[in-house]
Design a protein around this ligand. Structure first.
Ligand SMILES: [Cu+2]
Length: 340
């Protein structure tokens, strides 16, 4: 399998560089780029960030079983076969105090979904796929505010509490050209205010750094379209190793749980497609990711970081019939500087 070979080569390269011992002098060894709110800043420090995320979903699965498109078309008029998600994420961090960092984030999202459609005959039932088409949506996502409080710090270990809120700035009324509403996964926001608590711990040891984060997202209200997304819980743990003054490499495990939707959009017909069903939205997933970081230690570009993370699922159990994740890539830029 092409993807398997690619991952194997990546991991081999990764272990070769990790095992090659090089330098001694201390310098930051950051967490993987897509862990949000994993570090704090010192008073008066500011950080700008941009992340580009692209994710591929392909093939249907129910629970952990692979499902054929033709089988799903026995029960639905349409079925998604692939989905592509692109996100441009913008973030701003500022520390008014050594023990408090505040953070704001939003994103611009581009979603597209490929569908296969069944024949519609009054007298005869065909269940083989006959037509494919694509639907897409794009726009601003939800806005997140987060405060990071240093609650414990000793030796090389820091524990921070994350207190976050998400505002429903993303549209939940994205439509197809003919005016019909797009299914749940194609909407840009959740439509609800969300509480986003979390707990993050990280430490350093020589050329190594490590950490873990527990995070929840709890939608607080039924949105304007009469539904509420399920709660999300994530747990991640990472290890990073500095190779030299410029480069560090990291690996992490991520477990995610998402519940089903409560309520339903009044215009989404549950017989149309599996993605129209509010009870087909939850999942449990375990992902593994490797990443690299490039940090400029001195000079006029000091404080800049370029990073890349590549993630693949190793286990996913989907509630009902859904598209499964195949891979995700995040490219990021961060720039920290002293404002005050
Ligand atoms: Cu920061």
């Amino acid at each position: 399998m092409k993807q398997g070979a690619f991952i194997t080569i990546f991991f081999l390269l990764f272990s070769v560089v990790v095992l090659a011992d090089t330098s001694e002098e201390h310098q930051d060894c950051p967490a993987p780029i897509s862990v949000i709110g994993n570090h704090v800043h010192t008073s008066g420090e500011m950080m700008l960030s941009y992340r580009f995320m692209t994710m591929d979903m392909r093939g249907l699965q129910s629970g952990t079983d692979v499902i054929e498109t033709a089988d799903v078309l026995k029960d639905f008029m349409m079925v998604p076969t692939a989905m592509d998600m692109k996100m441009h994420m913008f973030g701003l961090m500022f520390a008014p105090h050594d023990k408090l960092t505040v953070m704001g984030m939003t994103s611009y999202r581009q979603l597209s979904m490929e569908m296969e459609e069944a024949h519609q005959h009054a007298t005869e039932h065909h269940d083989h796929p006959v037509g494919t088409h694509e639907m897409s949506s794009a726009g601003i996502g939800d806005v997140q505010l987060d405060s990071l409080l240093t609650i414990w710090q000793r030796h090389n270990i820091t524990i921070i509490g994350n207190l976050g809120v998400s505002f429903p700035t993303g549209s939940i009324a994205q439509q197809v050209d003919d005016g019909s509403i797009l299914p749940y996964p194609m909407q840009l926001g959740s439509g609800s205010f969300e509480a986003r608590p979390g707990l993050t711990a990280f430490g350093t040891h020589g050329n190594w750094s490590y950490g873990g984060q527990l995070r929840g997202a709890f939608p607080l209200n039924i949105n304007a379209s009469e539904y509420r997304h399920g709660s999300t819980l994530t747990a991640t743990t990472w290890g990073a190793r500095r190779v030299n003054n410029w480069i560090s490499l990291s690996a992490r495990l991520l477990f995610s749980h998402k519940g089903n939707i409560t309520g339903s959009h009044p215009d989404l017909d549950i017989n149309r497609s599996p993605s129209h069903r509010p009870d087909f939205q939850g999942f449990n997933r375990l992902d593994v990711a490797i990443s690299s970081n490039l940090i400029v230690p001195t000079g006029s570009l000091a404080g800049q970081r370029l990073a890349m993370e590549f993630m693949v699922p190793v286990y996913q159990s989907l509630t009902g019939t859904q598209l499964k994740n195949t891979w995700k890539l995040v490219l990021g830029w961060q720039y920290a500087f002293r404002l005050l």
